[in-house]
Design a protein around this ligand. Structure first.
Ligand code: SF4
Length: 329
């Protein structure tokens, strides 16, 4: 039987009107606000994003304010959200909008995609939510719903699977009301078509769904195995100051505990924790070190009371907080 897309849209949008989530970025058509929400939501849950989103507007209410801010302030505001390249790209985009677009965000998807960190998904999201253009969006929730509705057996993280989803989404999106339709698709994935236990019994589009075993969908290609890493760092304090180093690697230009240049001591570390990073599981170990000569090119003595104003990645901030409050300073 052919797919009845008008009926599908109606069933989905009617459900959304009654059950959709009330999110702050859905009350605006300001492209800046939409863009900030989309950058924050990449790889991050809504509940985590909400407090950051509100605070962000207090600090950087528009493109001009963000463009004027220092990188350090931007990273500090992003601290705890992770994937800091998003913050750097958002900052670079704000500067481009001010310098080259006279503070006006472009409406053309092609122009949007010239901006730092804006790929197909983000450009379509801004076009749909800010400018109500009739374009589809496929993020993780929409991808799961569509893969199940059409019983897609191709991995969605391969080109053929991705193209299938974008094509189907394009056929379904209405001429008018694309923002509402796209939000509805996303919310169906977030609230009903859940990854592990889809709530098919109460699903508003159940009669359109072709999935025979939805829990195993969407199919993904095999992921690379998680690698174990150990990273050893030093805890060095002197007269209410702590030694930090500007990271040149993973946390580019954020402040971290200085990495140990020599082999880790045989004794137990003062602090240890484990955190995930892409395909890695990183064991962070921190050892006490005495103050000695420091590398002035990348290290600084930072006043402990100024630490809150510094951009420090969460695993290191947690370690510092523990070590300072444990009275070791
Ligand atoms: S019927 Fe089940 S699998 Fe199909 S879209 Fe609804 S919740 Fe998802």
């Amino acid at each position: 039987m052919p797919f009845q897309k008008n009926h599908f849209r109606r069933a989905l949008v009617n459900w959304y009107r009654r059950h959709g989530r009330d999110l702050p970025w859905r009350h605006t058509h300001d492209p800046y606000a939409i863009l900030v929400s989309e950058f924050m939501l990449q790889q991050t849950q809504v509940a985590t994003v909400l407090p950051y989103y509100n605070e962000w507007f207090r600090r950087f209410p528009d493109f001009s304010a963000l463009a004027r801010a220092s990188e350090s302030d931007v990273l500090h505001a992003w601290q705890g959200l992770g994937y800091y390249s998003r913050a750097r790209n958002l900052h670079a985009t704000a500067r481009t909008i001010v310098d080259r677009h006279g503070c006006r965000f472009p409406k053309s998807i092609e122009q949007m995609r010239q901006l730092p960190g804006i790929g197909k998904y983000t450009a379509h999201a801004v076009a749909a939510f800010a400018f109500d253009q009739s374009v589809p969006i496929v993020e993780s929730n929409a991808a799961r719903v569509l893969a199940r509705i059409f019983n897609l057996q191709t991995p969605i993280d391969k080109t053929a699977g991705r193209e299938f989803l974008w094509n189907r989404a394009k056929q379904l999106v209405p001429e008018r009301g694309a923002a509402r339709f796209n939000s509805a698709l996303v919310d169906l994935g977030a609230l009903i078509c859940l990854p592990h236990k889809p709530r098919c019994r109460i699903c508003p589009v159940r009669k359109f769904c072709r999935a025979t075993n939805p829990e195993i969908l969407p199919v993904r290609k095999t992921r690379p195995r998680t690698k174990q890493l150990t990273e050893n760092h030093a805890f060095v304090v002197r007269q209410n100051k702590i030694l930090l180093e500007r990271s040149g690697g993973r946390w580019r230009r954020m402040w971290i505990l200085p990495p140990l240049k020599t082999r880790a001591p045989k004794r137990q570390p003062l602090y240890r924790s484990i955190f995930p990073f892409t395909h890695h599981r990183v064991a962070l170990k921190v050892y006490q070190r005495r103050p000695c000569e420091i590398d002035m090119s990348s290290q600084r003595w930072i006043r402990i009371r100024s630490l809150d104003r510094m951009p420090v990645p969460s695993p290191h901030r947690r370690a510092i907080k523990y070590l300072l409050t444990a009275g070791r300073a």
